[in-house]
Write a protein of this length. Sequence first.
Length: 387
Amino acid sequence: MFLTHLECTNCGTRHEWRELQNLCTKCQKPLFPVYDLAAVGKALKKEDLAAREKSLWRFREVLPLPADAEPVSLGEGGTPLLRAQRFGDAAGVSNLWVKDEGQNPTQSFKARGMTTAVSMAKHLGATKLAVPSAGNAGGALAAYAARAGMEAHIFMPSDTPRANIIECRELGAEVVLIDGLITDCGAEIAKRKTAEGWFDMSTLKEPYRVEGKKTLGYELAEQLDWTLPDVVLYPTGGGTGLIGMWKAFDEMEALGWIGAKRPRMFTIQANGCAPIVRAFEAGEKFAAEFPDAHTVASGLRVPKAVGDFIMLDILRKSGGGAVTVEDAEMISATREVGAAEGLFVAPEGAACFVALKKLAAQGRIGKDESVVIFNTGSGIKYLECYE
Ligand SMILES: Cc1ncc(COP(=O)(O)O)c(C=O)c1O
Ligand SMILES: [Zn+2]
């Protein structure tokens, strides 16, 4: 393994990877795993990857977990990057691609984060895992905890899509429904975790979900023949995928796999819950909690994100931006995408297609630029939205 330590994203304090860790013990901000990339570069050539298994564990050298430990895996990652010609033409963009994350185990990109986080939690001796979830993270944790023979305790808002709730129960997890938002679910776990012996798997409050998510960035480069697109549209809740991808870009540049060019990164949020868009537009470093958060795209209903300052920095550094979309627009875009491309996208994914049309119409995305949309989940989990 090439993981050397954990480092605070805010104050730089080093932390030990051999112990279960949550936030920085000094400043309560997220920790990032750091690797000996010079050694990785000697052990792994990007050309070696093509012959490996499809699962994201083919990037083992840039992932946590000692080499003799078996990952807790369900075959996650390795999703297709699909050309979306018809939708792109209609939106005035000739080079549009969709990374279809609905094809992961438990039908969302949350599987990527959970395979690495559960593998490390198990390796470091945790037995009971708890997570606040908007829906898909809960399903993914339930599946990976079951696979690992561990307990999962999942706290969800009571109006989380039915499919997510049922899925968690049928995967053997304990499900607690809370009359409130994901932030209230997180607070409940924080209150009870010590007494219950739970390890808190909240996104970015645990250092390894971001590592699984960063493989989105590795796969993107791999699928575009070691180049990156001009623009990335990412449906943003906690922002772990966006943050992870940016980390992957930096790691790949250090490995000499890609150059210095970065995509313009765009955060897409719902009108009813847009803390990052607001903070971006106001030029703020941190994002204030968004009041009365509501949207059918449950994954975007995150009024306060612990990684807000990391996301805002990425959006600005990349020359990207932040866009809001109405719920009704997401719902009608779902059928447009479905009929044009054969993909039943999640409302979160649909939001990016709406944003694409807006950005193209405003001239903020050029006709011949390459654009990648992350469809982070599957519409099949949100049937109540379409009835
Ligand atoms: C389908 C879907 N898309 C996007 C998100 C937001 O992901 P992130 O927390 O990485 O911003 C979620 C989170 O729950 C989700 O379930
Ligand atoms: Zn710190």
